[in-house]
Design a protein around this ligand. Sequence first.
Ligand code: NAD
Length: 286
Amino acid sequence: MKEPLILDGRKVSEEIRSKIKEKIDSYKERGLRDPGLAVILVGEDPASKIYVNNKVKACAKVGIKSFKFELPQNTTTQELLDLISDLNTDPEVDGILVQLPLPPQIDQQEIINAINPSKDVDGFHPQNMGKLVARTEDGFIPCTPLGIDLLLQHYSINLKGKDVVIVGEGFIVGRPLTLLMLWRGATVTVCHIHTRDLKRFTLQAEILISATGVPHLIKEDMVKEGAVVIDVGISKKDGKIVGDVDFEKVKYKAKAITPVPGGVGPMTVTGLLLNTLKSYERRERL
Ligand code: NAD
């Protein structure tokens, strides 16, 4: 059986991150300040802690200074708004990231709306989401869609005129990704929990992207021969990290496929680093 091309998010990330580091090093040599990212974690969710630590480590490696704020589980919306208000005007902070999900007592949309859109490196502020609709380059594209776009570009997978099927229309991935894929000229079908007969749609995909968090939702018989398969999902099954795609079986049908872990995950963090650098360069007029 033919082995597919593995879309290696770790390797591609390394390449992009070393270019980011080179740029930041050159700015530092010119005596400029360090780029800065504020990362806010509320509560004790173990997965969120891992994600935040990964982001902080990745920042350090490329020369971005991170400011980590760990707030207790019972933090109120007002307390978080006060912190964001300080960070919005802090000249050392180029990006503000609030790790989602937030505890239930906090109004998530109110928090996102309070972030200065020019520091919203996650790209979730309505102004940045709107720029994705308007297709203006000066906004921030949410990190996972941005990372997927860069991964496809790296492997010269052209999107123009392609049939792209996205499974999942979540706020963080599916919805902004739909807009980005349309921007790139793809014909996009979006499926979700209420879609009847998912397979009817997935079988049409030249590029199939799944972002549901349902382990192994995408089976071999749901994938067209020769498709490119991008797996965004991260969940646990039998103590192992798995994606939305039944990788071991689907890989023989796919022309190219992302692994989990090591595919979209590292590219998401790379997207965050790029957005932070973009914000820094804009603030420093570089
Ligand atoms: P979400 O809960 O906001 O959205 C999930 C989407 O999946 C919804 O649109 C829902 O309708 C759809 N869905 C659920 N069950 C389905 C089913 N049986 N059939 C079809 N559609 C179904 O989640 P999210 O924040 O978009 O995250 C999705 C997954 O992606 C999670 O596993 C998350 O951990 C992962 N994720 C990974 C990265 C990364 O860097 N790799 C980044 C963000 C999110």
